[in-house]
Ligand binder design. Structure first.
Ligand code: ADP
Ligand code: TRP
Length: 321
């Protein structure tokens, strides 16, 4: 089963990204033929500067490798290193009715928020379709907001195939239903837009400070605490197995400890969980050449498939070659 995922590189990753997207995505390398890339052409649509885009791209690569994405098991590259995708994007544009793009939720939402749209924002789904169709993708794991983009990809592929023969594999979206929404330090959805995140790679002191800011009820010290619905408990439970959760619930109920203790405990949990990743990250930051080599190898593998697909596409539509 060929599975493709695209990663938007847009800043420092947080615990919500980790449990909601990164961890389930990385685990796919054990069960499927996983292709995954950093979508830097997509990130360009919202980029604030060249330096930021370049840094976010390489940081995202390092973060995923540190967290366990294994280049022996998965094919991992940067989108712009497989330039065939832009050629396909143009050709697919011919099979993309304006109305289809005008109906895109994510585009309409952004316009409604007052963003002045440019053509890249408008045609974003066509580039995503090119990513998916270029590699004969069968499954695309996505968050709910991206389902429509995969449906548009199918519409475009069907239109092409109807006119020119069965060139493209029709992809299906997969939505991980049981991925919970991780709360931030204020109890709302953790999101970098809400400034309520706990980042994955913080200094130990800064991490403790962040944990100290988690909003909890004002039950006084010495009284039993309610664990259900408590933000510290909710975040801590992500790092615990059933037994660990039961133990923590008992500690809440005992009344012997206050929120300060649980904030320290949470910091320890996070710090320990990411210790191996932190070490790997340090290693990669000091061996950037290795990161570039991994990405180059991944791009070469993806280009093999992309090259063959583009030959078929050019042949089908009559592009001289
Ligand atoms: P942010 O909201 O911080 O900007 P993104 O929109 O860049 O995060 O999300 C990147 C990925 O991480 C998406 O797949 C998204 O579903 C997932 N994700 C982000 N925040 C959370 C959260 N609080 N809980 C679960 N998953 C999340
Ligand atoms: N649009 C996706 C997002 O914002 C990223 C992405 C780009 C993608 N191309 C893709 C995801 C192809 C899956 C397949 O998260």
């Amino acid at each position: 089963m060929r599975v493709l995922t695209g990663i938007q590189a847009s800043g420092k990753l947080h615990i919500g990204n980790y449990f909601g997207a990164m961890k389930p995505m990385i685990s796919l390398q054990e069960t499927s033929e996983l292709y995954t890339f950093i979508a830097n052409y997509h990130s360009l649509t919202t980029s604030k500067s060249a330096e930021l885009l370049r840094n976010y791209t390489i940081e995202a690569a390092i973060d995923y490798l540190s967290m366990g994405l294994d280049p022996e098991k998965a094919t991992f590259w940067v989108q712009s290193d497989v330039p065939e995708v832009l050629e396909l994007y143009w050709i697919l544009s011919k099979f993309t009715p304006m109305g289809l793009l005008e109906r895109a939720h994510s585009y309409k939402d952004k316009v409604a928020k007052g963003i002045h749209p440019n053509h890249a924002l408008f045609s974003y789904p066509v580039l995503m379709a090119a990513d998916i169709l270029l590699l004969d993708t069968q499954k695309v794991p996505v968050g709910k907001d991206q389902i429509q983009h995969v449906e548009m990809t199918r519409d475009i592929a069907i239109k092409f195939n109807n006119e020119y023969g069965e060139v493209f594999t029709l992809p299906e979206h997969v939505v991980e239903e049981n991925v919970a929404t991780i709360p931030g330090i204020d109890g709302e959805k953790m999101s970098k837009s809400y400034d309520n995140t706990i980042e994955l790679f913080m200094e130990e002191k800064a991490l403790q400070k962040k944990c100290n800011k988690i909003v909890s009820s004002s039950t006084p010290m010495g009284e039993p605490l309610e664990w259900d619905g408590d933000n510290i408990y909710s975040i801590a439970s992500l790092f615990l197995d059933d037994e660990g959760r039961r133990e923590l619930q008992e500690r809440y109920k005992s009344g012997k400890e206050g929120y300060g203790h649980f904030k320290k405990y949470l910091k320890e949990l996070i710090w320990e969980e990411f210790a191996p990743a932190r070490e790997k990250r340090e290693y990669y930051l000091n061996h950037l050449d290795e990161v570039h080599d991994i990405l180059a190898l991944g791009a070469a593998k993806a280009r093999k498939i992309a090259g063959a697909k583009m030959e078929a596409v050019r042949e089908a539509v009559g592009i001289y070659s």
